[in-house]
Write a protein that binds this ligand. Structure first.
Ligand SMILES: Cc1cc2nc3c(=O)[nH]c(=O)nc-3n(C[C@H](O)[C@H](O)[C@H](O)COP(=O)(O)O)c2cc1C
Length: 200
């Protein structure tokens, strides 16, 4: 649990995702999950539109999720093999709590959809940080199931879409630290154009 500034800095400097297939129970309790989602919802949001949803899928609904994924494969991917079905079944039964992050932009609004989608991404990042701050690990994945219309229609309202499946639990193995981009490759200092036209 974070209780001082150095813990907060350490969280930000060391947080890494866990691979959902490697996450083990226990996931957050109902109260902990509520707290994680409340923190995730404290996200920059131009226009206060809350253009995101958190759809929780309970432990005892995982068989139903597996059924949904099987139906999606059957109706959308005639070339799916036994291995694809097995993988979908494993996905539906990954351990920990499962939150489906849904992008729910308000269309035809003065706030561009792009900004609302950015807010959804920020909510996802906040959710990861909140989970880690409470002592859990988390992993955000999409995969074909995030782009399946059959799955989308079962989890989202019309015109909403799946931004990711976020599993929250404990690390089965120490989460792998992937290489991070060297700061000089992603950081630029702006140089003003040499000939700025005079202001008329
Ligand atoms: C929108 C989104 C979708 C992602 N989908 C997948 C995925 O389907 N499979 C996967 O292995 N990683 C996926 N990732 C990457 C992982 O969530 C994660 O970024 C990566 O494992 C390293 O995470 P870290 O930088 O938090 O340690 C996705 C990330 C984002 C932001």
């Amino acid at each position: 649990m974070l209780n001082d500034r150095s813990s907060l800095l350490s969280l930000l400097e060391t947080r890494r995702s866990a691979k959902p297939r490697e996450i083990v129970d226990p996931g957050p309790s109902a109260d902990e999950l509520e707290r994680i989602l409340a923190m995730a919802a404290r996200t920059p949001d131009h226009g206060k539109l809350s253009p995101w949803r958190f759809v929780t899928i309970a432990d005892d609904q995982r068989d139903e999720l597996a059924k949904l994924l099987r139906e999606a494969l059957a109706s959308e991917d005639p070339s799916a093999t036994v291995a694809h079905y097995e993988k979908a079944d494993q996905f539906a039964h990954y351990r920990g709590a499962l939150v489906v992050l849904v992008s729910a932009p308000v269309e035809d609004h003065k706030i561009p959809v792009w900004e609302q989608q950015l807010s959804c991404g920020a909510a996802g990042m906040n959710l990861l940080l909140a989970a880690h701050a409470l002592g859990f690990v988390a992993g955000w994945v999409t995969g074909w199931q995030a782009y399946s219309e059959h799955v989308r229609a079962a989890l989202c309202e019309p015109r909403e879409r799946i931004a990711g499946f976020i599993f929250i639990g404990h690390a089965g193995t120490a989460p792998f630290e992937r290489p991070r981009p060297a700061l000089e490759t992603v950081r630029r200092t702006w140089t003003a154009p040499p000939q700025v036209p005079p202001i008329p």
